[in-house]
Design a protein around this ligand. Structure first.
Ligand code: RUQ
Ligand code: CUA
Length: 659
């Protein structure tokens, strides 16, 4: 009897082990004794690195300090942010304009910092929008999104926004192939093979960071997944992973996993540039928005563009080449020397590493295996440097430390594996909690990684933190990689879902001449009020413009009468402070909107449509002084036909008794 029970118990243990064998056993064992010391940054001390982390479906970017993991800031990019008024105030609404109209949300996956000579330079960070294809540029002097460009002929802008080594281009590839914008897209979905195309976009980046679509390349319809630029010897080339070479249009989990190999597509963009110069691109009618935030007027403008230059990869035989890559590849990462290209097949039991030199030789000697939809397919062996054998399950992304080592995340076996790029030998493995997607090493996709740390971004945190209802935070895990063994030193939760991230040494960003505040005399906002004496309320028909100022601790004007039902009221609030850390807020009862957060010297505008007769208070939302709670005012709203005249004042509107 006792034996039987024991047997049953053993059987349970075994079955249990089968189902959980992919999970690391004892999470506590993974932390070393001096972890706290390594991640500790004393109060009042700065962190060593800035860590910029994509916010996934939050649409924003989070900024952390490393090694402390302290959240420093959330920068709104593609989603409205009520806290800062992003997308709510009149100045920033044009930033979220698209050819589909106003789009207040997106799915932000990948960030790439600008580079000079292949090294991170801390000027800008580029961000992709997955859903309504866009690329944004965040200025790292102001930590503000200053430009957003939409991508035509694209859907699911996933393999984006990766940059070339001198930030010549920020590049994007479409995840969902679709019929191009200029043809009739009203076709049966199962006509994918005939009608669907995959576009990749090369967006030129100017001296001031300004973006402009230089050209697109029309490729066969597949799912482009991720990409990275060549560097050093492979500068001038770009590499895209793609899956669904089966060209399935339904149940992709089965139908796009048929073939043993999909592809990494190598693109010779220098050659593509030559073709564009030689007039080989066709002009195509499209419609896409280009939105720019003007630092001087504190106001964004949105412009519709209507044309794009397109190169045909099939007709121009020598710009695109397919390299077979097992199996449904995801990450596509280039090592610091530019020689090795790592493809991570989600369903593959090995990680293939391709050699740039071999790819060049194969092209020279035409070592092809026929073509894929008119694009030459290089023989797998001819391009291959070698395979990392038995690395783990579900490889996704790889980063580099600049000392000849690569680090690959494995989603299914929930670990990071360190391996030698040349010998392809596995050097170390560390469990992660749980199911990592991206990882980043400071400068890890540049020519000059800083090594030292590695941060892994996990999808699942079950049992890692105090539960917060059924929805749990995703999380980042910080490893010290300065020694032979990877050492877990810190866990911290993230916003949204983290995908790719970038890291820069703190001094590079901190000493980049960050704008402390807007100088009032430089404020070119059309509705600026430079002093209280200039504040006023102006009626033009049903439109009322309130030129308002704020300073510790009052608004001017703070009493406004003569507003009527049916009016559209615009509060243009200028913050008169010239001390860089004194923002004021502005909110009014019933506004179908958010607050304004107005930085020193800035002007911001809130649109308000009064919906009822009465007294509507407004107040400052940001604790600015000891008398912050006194920072308030009233608007009197009268019926539509009322004869109450417009009056406004500050400090004079007393009843007879107190005069
Ligand atoms: S993709 S894991 Cu956009 Cu890997 Cu996030
Ligand atoms: Cu201004 Cu509180």
């Amino acid at each position: 009897m006792k034996n039987n029970l024991l047997n049953i118990a053993m059987a349970f243990v075994l079955v249990g082990a089968l189902f959980t064998s992919c999970k690391p056993k004892d999470s506590n064992d993974a932390v070393s004794g001096n972890a706290a010391q390594k991640a500790y940054v004393a109060p009042g001390k700065y962190d060593e690195f800035y860590n910029f982390v994509s916010g996934g479906f939050s649409g924003q970017m989070a900024v952390y300090g490393l090694p402390s993991g302290r959240l420093l800031r959330v920068v709104p990019i593609f989603s409205e942010d009520a806290q800062s008024g992003w997308g709510y105030n009149e100045e920033t609404k044009p930033m979220l304009n698209t050819s589909h109209g106003y789009v207040p949300w997106d799915d932000q996956h990948h960030l790439n910092m600008s580079q000079t000579n292949g090294e991170v330079d801390g000027r800008w960070i580029f961000a992709n929008a997955n859903n309504t294809p866009r690329i944004a540029r965040v200025d790292l002097k102001t930590f503000k999104t200053t430009e957003i460009i939409e991508l035509p002929n694209s859907a699911g802008n996933h393999s984006s926004p990766f940059i070339t080594e001198n930030t010549e281009y920020v590049v994007a590839g479409t995840r969902f192939s679709v019929p191009p914008d200029n043809v009739n897209g009203d076709v049966p979905i199962n006509s994918y093979k005939e009608n669907f195309k995959g576009y990749i976009s090369f967006v030129k980046v100017g001296k001031e960071g300004e973006m402009d679509i230089a050209f697109q390349i029309e490729c066969p319809g597949v799912n482009f997944d991720l990409s990275h630029a060549g560097k050093g010897k492979s500068h001038g080339w770009f590499f895209f992973s793609c899956y669904n070479s089966e060209q399935a249009n339904t149940l992709l989990e089965v139908n796009a996993s048929q073939k043993d190999k999909d592809f990494i597509m190598a693109v010779n963009w220098k050659k593509a540039e030559e073709y564009v110069k030689a007039g080989k691109a066709r002009k195509q009618k499209v419609k896409y928005a280009h939105n720019v935030y003007d630092e001087k007027t504190h106001t964004a403008k949105s412009e519709m563009r209507t044309e794009v230059l397109v190169l045909d990869a099939k007709a121009l035989k020598d710009i695109c080449y397919m390299i077979p890559c097992p199996k449904s590849p995801h990450g596509c990462d280039v090592d610091p020397t530019g020689e090795y290209i790592v493809g991570s097949g989600k369903l593959a039991a090995l990680v293939p590493v391709f050699s740039f030199d071999k790819i060049q030789n194969a092209i020279k000697n035409k070592q092809y295996d026929g073509d894929y939809e008119g694009i030459p397919v290089i023989k797998y062996e001819a391009a291959l440097h070698g395979e990392v054998k038995k690395p783990g399950l579900g490889p996704l992304h790889t980063e580099f430390d600049g000392r000849g080592n690569a680090y690959t995340t494995f989603f299914v076996s929930s670990e990071v594996v360190k391996w030698d790029i040349k010998t392809l030998k596995i050097l170390d493995r560390a469990p992660t909690y749980y199911s990592p997607g991206h990882l980043t090493v400071p400068g890890g996709d540049s020519k000059k990684p800083f090594g030292k740390y590695m941060i892994v971004y996990n999808k699942i945190t079950k049992d890692r933190y105090l539960p917060t209802g059924p929805e749990l935070a995703q999380s980042a895990q910080l490893f010290d990689i300065s020694g032979d063994k990877m050492e877990l030193i810190l866990d911290f939760p993230t916003i949204g879902e983290p995908h790719y991230a970038q890291v820069a040494p703190a001094d590079l960003i901190r000493n980049n001449g960050q704008l402390k505040f807007y100088k009032l005399e430089d404020n070119k906002h059309p509705y600026v009020t430079r002093g209280e004496k200039e504040s006023k309320v102006v009626r033009t028909g049903k439109r009322v413009d309130v030129y308002m100022t704020c300073i510790r601790s009052h608004f001017a004007p703070d009493n406004i009468e003569g507003i009527k039902i049916g009016d559209e009221v615009y509060f243009h609030v200028t913050n008169l402070e010239q001390d860089w850390d004194v923002p004021h807020g502005f909110a009014i009862k019933g506004a179908n909107n958010a607050e304004l957060l107005i930085m020193p010297g800035e002007t911001a505008t809130l649109k308000w449509t009064p919906d009822r007769v009465g007294i509507m208070p407004f107040y400052c939302t940001d604790f600015c002084s000891a008398l912050h709670q006194e920072m308030q005012g009233y608007v009197r709203v009268s019926p539509a036909g009322s004869s109450v005249p417009i009056t406004f004042s500050v400090g004079t509107n007393f009843p007879p008794a107190t005069k």
